[in-house]
Design a protein around this ligand. Structure first.
Ligand code: TPP
Length: 330
């Protein structure tokens, strides 16, 4: 087993300062040129690597968490960030997400916005570290809303759109969230009031332990939304040029619009892509494989040695078969 370098113990092992502060005005830019696409790809890789790493800290330590949903939606998030930077006059600059388990997105964006140090991410989901499994307003620096119960966010986003009539409000969505009844009501209200809400939905055909096409074969995110009167487009979420164009059309459209991104769960993660194993925190062995292939040696060392271990109070199983709260020295 390798010896941890000083860096692997103390510093976040992926340099997030490399993030390119893209500024894209969708009202002026019809399609992305090669240079913008290259910057987009760079940022997507950087953030996906970071998310794999710090959510793997959750699995390696036993605290758990979720990797795939946040990993999947990185392209949309990077584009939203570029829009917010270019046109603060046009957007409510919050990454509202109706699938709260994808909280890794909020945490990494909080770091990029300077609210937290990157090292905090290594405490993802750790007890008392104030980085819980869903976004909680007032709990974590930089988190701007609470979310977690699927289907509860869109009605709230509608409220924001009603209050901010001159601005566009995004809501990251998911095929799992869109199954919830509240979303049906929210969709109809958005259509009735012609709210400027834009749903960016990751339709990865995974919801925890099943594939909707298997257990709910009649279900279609697009048809469901169209049934409420929403305007909807479908795109390959991993084709970033097309994804941009789809987002641009949604943005310049006057009223509610949903872009449904089709992609496999965890694209590019060997043995996890397209499977339900991507929903929860990525297993240590898959994370090590992913990080090793990308030459992220300090991240490998950190996860490999499971340096991230509980140091707080924890429950242990005693010989009396009762759970007792003890101080852990791990
Ligand atoms: C109202 C509600 N019911 C059930 C859950 C439990 N739950 C958490 S995530 C999830 C599936 C989510 O699927 P999706 O949003 O598509 O996420 P992905 O698997 O793509 O990460 C469920 C059912 C919940 N959070 N809220």
């Amino acid at each position: 087993m390798s010896t941890p370098s000083k860096k692997s113990k103390k510093q976040f092992p992926i340099d997030l300062s490399q993030y390119r502060k893209l500024s894209i005005d969708p009202f002026k830019t019809k399609s992305l040129d090669q240079s913008a696409l290259e910057d987009l790809r760079f940022n997507v890789n950087l953030l996906r690597n970071a998310i794999v790493f710090f959510t793997a800290c959750g699995s390696a330590s036993g605290y758990g968490g979720h990797t795939g949903g946040a990993y999947d939606t990185v392209p949309e998030v990077v584009l939203m960030d570029a829009f917010f930077r270019a046109r603060p006059d046009k957007f409510v600059p919050t990454f509202f997400d109706e699938a709260g388990h994808r909280v890794a997105t909020q945490y990494v964006m909080s770091v990029l916005r300077g609210h937290m140090k990157a090292e905090r991410l290594m405490e993802y989901r750790r007890g008392h570290a104030h980085l819980p499994g869903h976004p909680e307003l007032g709990m974590t620096p930089g988190v701007e809303f609470s979310s977690g119960r699927l289907g509860h966010m869109w009605p709230y986003v509608n409220g924001v759109a009603l209050a901010e009539k001159d601005k566009i409000v995004f809501c990251l969505g998911s095929d799992g969230s869109q199954m919830e009844g509240n979303d049906a009501e929210a969709a109809r209200l958005a259509v009735l009031k012609n709210l400027n809400v834009k749903l960016l939905i990751d339709d990865n055909n995974v919801t925890i332990a099943g594939h909707p096409t298997d257990y709910m074969p009649g279900y279609s995110v697009e048809k469901t939304l169209e049934g409420h009167g929403m305007t909807v487009s479908t795109v390959d979420g991993e084709d970033f040029a097309k994804l941009y164009e789809a987002l641009r059309v949604a943005i310049v459209f006057d009223g509610p619009y949903a872009v449904v991104s089709k992609r496999k769960m965890c694209p590019g993660i060997h043995d996890v892509e397209g499977t339900c194993h991507g929903h929860d925190a990525i297993a240590k062995k898959h994370a090590l494989d992913y990080l090793t292939k990308r030459g992220l040696d300090d991240a490998v060392t950190y996860v490999d040695l499971s340096l991230y271990k509980p140091t707080h109070l924890q429950y242990i199983h005693t010989h009396t078969h009762k759970h007792e709260l003890v101080h852990s020295t791990l």
